[in-house]
Design a protein around this ligand. Structure first.
Ligand code: HXC
Length: 512
């Protein structure tokens, strides 16, 4: 074999990972291989692989180990929609994609390159966790990755796709990254699997129930996306990247937008006359944003708040919106945490924020109080106070009490605050307010119910409107709903060069 043939043979061997039989087994489970996934993810012909010939150790700590070039992970760089991206894709056909020391070193190498060159990192995870034969060096490898994930947080976007098992400490690298996507029925995330759970807590639970995509999309909120299959998952990664910049020094790409008639008359009738009647805030979002541009994040978790990316006049924005169609749009623990995390991502990566407000307040009750609605509600408050990106608020209807302050009020640094004429900006709703301040009068009235209704009508007339806030300048303009889109296009353009200098500090201490 000459030198050229020798290299070709090594490459051929590496391309096969754990071999034909294990590749067939991967396909049988409904999963693609590490390289097939990369082919779907990266622009054609753009992927440059590094460390293809890195081997696992000759001897494990306990046994002789079979040798596989690449050692269970394919790493490198290329482009996604023409933009530089660093990527690793774990190869389940080699020791179940488990993480050895060389495997970790390969991942760290591209993480360092991603940081130094200011481009996103995408991880396609499919791994049985720490390589058991390697012992502590594989734990060290994980820790090396966690450290880099944390250093990179807020510097470059980091996206984790979970495309197979993800057990033990392995879940913590994805958890530190900005977005997690899971694939239904083939991916799992848990700190300990069903067997350990049974031993320790005597609970019987399947992998799917314990840590499948639906569980983490709806119950824990660990994953931001539950994807029907791997192809959808990879498409979601590409779509997500299209809304965000390469790094914290840049802004997201602006899409061509020709403009046209920006009046949205349907908005005038979308908000019901009765403040107690629900409507779907996603319809408001659809009218305000460029056609089909809304890309919802965390769709199945805490759906009393909506978060996601969209474009307005071709510019990328992040949206945080109360959803009056679910629990009247009340803020609870999960909604606050969801809104806070998304806000912080947008702020870290220069994505302007649009906040849509229709909120009756924070959810009362022992469950919420005992589980820390105070600390958790404060996360959303802190995140919006801290955000220095352009911030515009549209109050479509209710903005009551503390939730008024929290939802990007003028006082916490919003740049432009608009309200629809239906807006009710007050300390609380009319009935609650009247029952407190007129308690004695109502109790002593000959017909308490009639008197209550009269007082509610009077309070509604005087306080349940946007005009007191507009008189103070807390609302910059009360607008016809149909004008909102045009105002937002102009507003975000006006704010595009916004600069805010923060007080010097190491970092803030968000209530965790
Ligand atoms: C070495 C492993 C491995 C591991 C799987 N394999 N996990 N090799 N270290 N952690 C190997 C198997 O021996 C097998 O090799 C191949 O990968 C495929 O595994 P199967 O079990 O046949 O596949 P499947 O039935 O799909 O089950 C996948 C699995 C299961 C659910 C991941 O293998 C499993 O439970 N593995 C152990 C998970 C685990 O406990 N990991 C350690 C977690 S602790 P062959 O040669 O047959 O192809 C941890 C600590 C990190 O990660 C801490 C960081 C701080």
């Amino acid at each position: 074999m000459n030198k050229i043939e020798e290299l070709q043979s090594k490459i051929k061997e590496a391309m096969l990972g754990g071999g034909e039989v294990r590749i067939a087994s991967q396909h049988k489970k409904g999963k693609l291989t590490a390289r097939e996934r990369l082919q779907l993810l990266m622009d054609e012909g753009s992927f440059e692989e590094l460390d293809m010939l890195v081997h696992n150790r000759n001897r494990g700590l306990t046994t002789d180990q079979e040798q596989f070039p690449g050692d269970g992970v394919v790493t490198g760089y290329g482009t996604i929609n023409g933009r530089l991206t660093y990527v690793f894709s774990q190869d389940f056909t080699v020791y179940g994609g488990s993480l050895s020391e060389p495997h970790a070193r390969k991942i760290c190498k591209i993480m360092d390159l991603a940081m130094q060159n200011g481009a996103p990192l995408v991880g396609l995870n499919d791994s049985g966790g720490a390589r058991i034969q390697e012992g502590v060096v594989s734990l060290g490898g994980y820790a090396d990755i966690f450290y880099r994930n944390t250093r990179a947080s807020g510097v470059i976007p980091q996206i984790s796709a979970i495309m197979g098992p993800c057990a033990g400490g392995a879940v913590y690298s994805p958890a530190i990254t900005d977005f997690i996507m899971m694939v239904e029925n083939t991916s799992y995330m848990f700190v300990t699997g069903p067997n350990v759970v049974k031993t320790v807590t005597h609970e019987e639970v399947t992998s799917e129930e314990l840590g499948g995509a639906q569980t983490h999309a709806t119950k824990s909120g660990v994953t931001h996306f539950a994807c029907a299959n791997e192809v959808e998952c990879i498409q979601n990664i590409k779509t997500l990247l299209s809304y965000i910049p390469q790094n914290c020094e840049e802004t997201a790409p602006v899409y061509p937008y020709e403009g046209g008639n920006e009046l949205r008359e349907a908005l005038n009738t979308l908000i019901p006359a009765s403040p107690n009647q629900p409507y779907d805030m996603k319809e408001v979002i659809a009218h305000l944003t460029d056609a089909d541009s809304f890309f919802e994040v965390h769709k199945d978790f805490a759906d009393n708040i909506i978060v996601g990316f969209a474009r307005i006049g071709g510019r990328s924005i992040g949206i945080v919106a109360n959803q009056p169609a679910v629990l009247a749009g009340v803020l609870d623990i999960h909604a606050s945490v969801k809104g806070a995390r998304f806000t912080r991502f947008c702020d870290a990566f220069n994505v302007p924020l649009l906040v849509l407000v229709d909120v009756p307040g924070f959810l009362p009750g022992t469950d919420q109080e005992w589980n820390g609605i105070i600390t958790n509600g404060a996360k959303l408050l802190y995140a919006l106070c801290e955000a220095t990106v352009p911030k515009i608020t549209v109050t479509t209807r209710k903005a009551y009490g503390g939730a008024y302050c929290v939802m990007n009020s003028k006082h916490i640094g919003a740049d432009l605050n608009y309200a629809f004429p239906q807006a009710e900006i007050a300390v609380m709703g009319a009935k609650g307010a009247v029952e407190i301040i007129y308690k004695k009068e109502i109790d002593s009235a000959p017909d308490p119910e009639t008197r209550t209704n009269e007082l509610v009508a009077d309070y509604t007339e005087r306080f349940a409107n946007p005009y007191l806030a507009a008189e103070k300048g807390y609302i910059d303009e009360v607008i016809l709903p149909e004008q909102a889109r045009a105002k937002l296009i102009k507003g975000f353009k006006m704010l595009e060069n916004k600069v805010v200098n923060m007080p010097r500090k190491k970092h803030g201490n968000i209530p965790l």
